[in-house]
Design a protein around this ligand. Structure first.
Ligand code: NAD
Ligand code: TYD
Length: 365
């Protein structure tokens, strides 16, 4: 069964998207602009190093979209936004999201991912419970990760009932926020839904994560760092498929439920890196050294506590909501490479820091 979100138009929502200037949030805001023209999006983003206003520069402020520069830990701000906008839906992406950073500096992960989620849940509880919502049904969708389930051996898949076993500060902070979200459903009856998704790839991904980092280094003939033996396995999903799954969960999911989202697409890291090298060689010619880009692969010291394998059983969301991934991996990688090749200034501005100036340029007057 193929999902067709285009056909399932809902009338109206006022939706608070947190972290809409990041990778998945920006793709989600673009998707809503296309497929849900009657929804109003309020994007609350602190513009940390991972937030980039350029990701949404094509979208104008107005009836359908408002950007608010602010922190999800700011309780008065979040309370006021929910009230003044009449927010009936929260899609919560904002997070510190990079495992390596969580190893060197876990504090910010606890603040944003745990306290920030708590702050949003509190605001939703105050604003929604006991109120009248004629014709509308509030929903708090917490966007989470498969990493909360821990690490798999060579076989087996994560299901929604797999016990939580997070092993990095990042995944522990996400697990904590999942538990808080679930507790607000059971304790207060807050209409909470949780999605646990596998590794995403696609346009606008910050070049600290494996695929955009390797792509950028490979383009410039720099070494391609592969941790450990390169045989750790991730399940890769094209970001637009993830965003469509989120719309399905919003519109057809059940309160208090978790939904695993995955690409059914397990790959060893070394396979991903070699595929990227080969596709780039085909598209732009060999590395500046004149050699195939595979020659740039450099095995480096392993990540501390590196989870060996993640793999998702996405049977529940397929059976209940009719969602399944549409994008084939080779095609998705090609589209991703084409996007980065077509937007060299996007990465260049991140590298030279100019992307941080967009707020001043767009909002200071
Ligand atoms: P990202 O790092 O690209 O973007 C995070 C965004 O949140 C940025 O725009 C940043 O400015 C904003 N932000 C950070 N702290 C904030 C704060 N205190 N207040 C307001 N805004 C703040 O992240 P991403 O890769 O787009 O991930 C989005 C969500 O999806 C995260 O919750 C992540 O855990 C989850 N997730 C990501 C993946 C993946 O592969 N990237 C997979 C599964 C789940
Ligand atoms: P990453 O994109 O950081 O996502 P996550 O850690 O959330 O899965 O990493 C994906 C995999 O690639 C992971 O097994 C770590 C590995 N990796 C490298 O081998 N080299 C790198 O430079 C990076 C950033 C990641």
């Amino acid at each position: 069964m193929q999902t067709e979100i285009v056909k399932n138009m809902e009338n109206k929502r006022v939706i608070l998207v947190t972290g809409g200037c990041g990778f998945i949030g920006a793709n989600f805001v673009h998707l809503l602009q296309r497929y849900r023209p009657t929804w109003r999006v309020v994007n609350l983003d602190a513009l940390t190093y991972a937030g980039n206003l350029r990701n949404l520069q094509a979208i104008s402020e107005g009836e359908r979209y408002r950007f608010v520069h602010g922190d999800i830990c700011d309780q008065p701000l979040v309370n006021a936004l929910l009230a003044e906008e009449g927010v009936d839906t929260v899609v919560h992406f904002a997070a510190e999201s990079h495992v390596d950073k969580s190893i060197t500096g876990p504090g910010e992960f606890i603040r944003t991912n745990v306290t920030g989620t708590f702050t949003l849940l509190e605001a939703a509880r105050r604003h929604w419970l006991g109120g009248e919502w004629p014709g509308r049904k509030p929903c708090f969708l917490h966007v989470s990760t498969d990493e909360v389930y821990g690490s798999l051996g060579p076989s087996g898949l994560f299901t929604e009932t797999t016990p939580y076993d997070p092993r990095s500060p990042y995944s522990a902070s996400k697990a904590s926020s999942d538990h808080l979200a679930r507790a607000y459903f059971h304790t207060y009856g807050l209409p909470v839904r949780i999605t646990n998704c596998s590794n995403n790839y696609g346009p606008y991904q910050f070049p600290e994560k494996l695929i955009p980092l390797v792509l950028n280094n490979a383009l410039h003939g720099r070494p391609l760092p592969v941790y450990g033996d390169g045989r750790n396995v991730r399940d890769w999903l094209y970001v637009q498929d993830h965003c469509e799954a989120i719309v399905e969960v919003l519109e057809k999911g059940r309160d208090g439920e978790s939904y695993n989202i995955g690409g059914n697409n397990e790959k060893e890291n070394i396979e991903v890196v070699t595929l990227l090298c080969d596709l780039l060689d085909e598209k732009v010619g060999l590395a500046p050294s004149g050699r195939p880009r595979r020659s740039l692969i450099t095995f480096v010291r392993d990540r501390l506590g590196h989870d060996r394998r993640y793999a998702i059983d996405a049977g529940k969301i397929r059976a209940e909501l009719g969602w399944e991934p549409k994008m084939d991996f080779a095609r998705g990688m090609e589209l991703t490479i084409d996007w980065y090749l077509a937007n060299p200034e996007w990465v260049a501005e991140i590298v030279n820091g100019a992307y941080r100036d967009y707020y001043e340029a767009m909002y200071s007057h």
